[in-house]
Design a protein around this ligand. Structure first.
Ligand code: CUA
Length: 226
C-alpha cells in the first residue's frame, strides 16, 4: 500500500465529517419542534370558539429566531470551510487550492446524453453509452470538465463529490481514489438535462498503477487499429 497523497483532500471523508455535524442538528431540531408543537397543542387548546383578539407577545420568539440564526451561521461556516479545503476551482480561472502537480489528467466532456473522458497525456479517449472512468488508485487525478450543450453534473456518490459542468467554462478539480474496485454506474449526471438524463451515467474503475498502464496500452492498441 502506498501512503495517501498529502495535500489532496479525501472528499468522502471531508463530506462525511460535514454530514456528521448536519445530521444530529437536523434530528435535534426536528425533535424539538415536534415536542414543542405537541406540547402547545395539548396544553393551550382553547375550548372557546371565538377568535382571539390581539396577539400575545413573548420574548421567546426572539430567542427562537436568534437560535435559528446561530445554527444557520454555524452550518454555513462549516460548509464553506469544507468547500474551501477541497481541491475545486469552479470558475476555471486558477488552480484549485489543494492541487498538487503530477498525477493524472482527465478531461471530462459532458453532452446530451453521454460522457467522454480524454487522457491527453496518452492520447486515449473513453466514451460510449456507458463509458468507464478508469483511474489509478492513491493518485491525485486532476479533472478539467466542460459541457458541450446544457448544464450537466458530474457525480460520484462513493466519493461524495458532485460538481456541475457548464458549457463554455472549464471547471477544475482533483480527486483521489484510495481503494481499488470496479463500480458499475459509479458515476452519474445529477443535473436534469433532458430526456435521457437518467441514463447519463458512467462506470468507475479504480485500478493499480500497473493495471492503469496496461489499460492505457490496450486502449492505444485498440485506437490504432483501423
Ligand atoms: Cu446530463 Cu443530466
Amino acid at each position: 500500500m502506498t501512503a495517501p497523497v498529502v495535500g489532496v483532500a479525501d472528499t468522502r471523508d471531508e463530506y462525511q465529517r460535514l454530514f456528521d455535524i448536519y445530521w444530529p442538528i437536523g434530528v435535534g431540531v426536528f425533535l424539538l419542534i415536534t415536542v414543542l408543537i405537541s406540547f402547545v397543542v395539548l396544553r393551550y387548546r382553547s375550548e372557546s370558539r371565538e377568535f382571539p383578539k390581539g396577539r400575545a407577545e413573548s420574548h421567546w420568539e426572539e430567542v427562537y429566531a436568534a437560535g435559528i440564526a446561530v445554527v444557520a451561521a454555524a452550518l454555513l461556516f462549516f460548509t464553506y470551510r469544507t468547500m474551501g479545503d477541497l481541491p475545486l476551482d469552479q470558475n476555471g480561472d486558477g488552480e484549485p487550492a489543494a492541487h498538487v502537480s503530477g498525477g493524472e489528467l482527465v478531461k471530462v466532456t459532458a453532452a446530451r446524453w453521454r460522457w467522454r473522458f480524454d487522457y491527453p497525456k496518452y492520447g486515449v479517449t473513453e466514451t460510449g453509452d456507458t463509458p468507464t472512468l478508469v483511474v489509478p488508485v492513491d493518485t491525485p487525478v486532476r479533472f478539467e470538465q466542460t459541457s458541450l450543450d446544457v448544464v450537466h453534473s458530474f457525480w460520484i456518490p462513493e466519493r461524495r463529490f458532485k460538481v456541475d459542468a457548464f458549457p463554455g467554462r472549464t471547471t477544475k478539480f482533483t480527486l483521489t481514489f484510495p481503494k481499488t474496485g470496479y463500480q458499475r454506474k459509479g458515476g452519474e449526471c445529477n443535473q436534469y438535462c433532458g430526456l435521457r438524463h437518467s441514463y447519463m451515467d458512467f462506470d468507475v474503475n479504480v485500478v493499480t498503477r500497473a493495471e492503469f498502464r496496461k489499460w492505457i496500452e490496450s486502449k492505444r492498441a485498440e485506437e490504432a487499429r483501423p
